[in-house]
Write a protein that binds this ligand. Sequence first.
Ligand code: NAP
Length: 348
Amino acid sequence: MRLAPIDPQTRMTDTFKALLLEQHPDGPMATLRTLKLDDLPAGDVLLRVHYSGLNYKDGMILQGQGNLVREYPHVPGIDLAGTVLESADPRVRPGEAVVLTGHRVGETHWGGYAERARVQGEWLIPQPASYSARQAMAAGTAGFTAMLAIQALEEHGLQPEAGEVLVTGASGGVGSIAVRLLARLGYTVTAVTGRPENAEYLHQLGAQHIVPRGELAETPPKPMLRERWAGCVDTVGGDMLAHVLAGMNYGSSVAACGLAGGPQLKTTVLPFLLRGINLLGIDSVLCPGERRRAAWERLAELLPGDDLDAITTEIDLEELPHYGEQILAGQIRGRTVVRVDPADAGGS
Ligand SMILES: NC(=O)c1ccc[n+]([C@@H]2O[C@H](COP(=O)([O-])OP(=O)(O)OC[C@H]3O[C@@H](n4cnc5c(N)ncnc54)[C@H](OP(=O)(O)O)[C@@H]3O)[C@@H](O)[C@H]2O)c1
């Protein structure tokens, strides 16, 4: 059933809460504000946002890093899960539970840190039936990216019997979910972490071995080292990625997802020429629709909501500036979801 469109009078007065990022001489500052529906950007679908998430990129945006936001004031939040209130897109119906990750939402378009969002219908996917909105956001960009990375490794021949699969930045969002998914698929997982206190957490997720970050933190002493790993989901980049490339098995692949350790890559072509190593780029933002839906479906099949609950911390919009600093400092474990306008809280 289609909801009656909001009449113009209501539209003028209908208000909602949003975390608004405004430009100041020292950089952007986030403040909780009350906005009107007419303040929202153009789009063919109006959503009530139940939950959002906190990703490394959200931390960068909250701190004004990376030139990701070009226009202020801005509502950040690259992930959202919500209910459709109004839709001019025939593929999306009012009342549907939907998820949005990427498509530069939260960067060039206002995002999920607000009780309402107006977006393009083509950016939405159905919320997986086995997930609540909170669980969908516990998966979020991180879970989707981890799934894309593992699929890319599989498409390049990775199988459980091949040997140890490395996950760098293992206690972070992408890392934690990659460890869990690989373990569920029967792989032998080696987790790299800079936080030894997370060893038990990583073992519980399914990691069999732990490698301290310091062992791989610098560029390798030689272009090629002893062959150790059959595959790698890398969320760190920088010198660690250079080190990992030198220790990959003949013909194996690294899925490069992240830059938590830096964007520069100082390496040689030797691992590629002499060992046939593949460096696979992973992009969750503009990943095409069919691949996106298939990856989300597989993610929901492999990762039950209970597994996500076990790695989730829930925060409010007001707490985002603090948590945004924490994620850039490498201090967040697992996933952080942001309670925005949950379905059980009443309202429209
Ligand atoms: N390609 C894509 O589409 C895509 C999608 C999602 C995320 N990403 C990128 O993937 C990365 C991880 O994202 P996330 O949301 O999972 O962030 P996160 O939760 O902060 O995880 C990053 C993890 O990396 C490790 N780390 C942090 N700083 C480090 C440093 N200086 N050197 C080495 N390791 C460090 C930490 O794990 P330990 O403490 O266990 O070492 C940290 O928990 C980010 O760079 C993000 O931008 C890319």
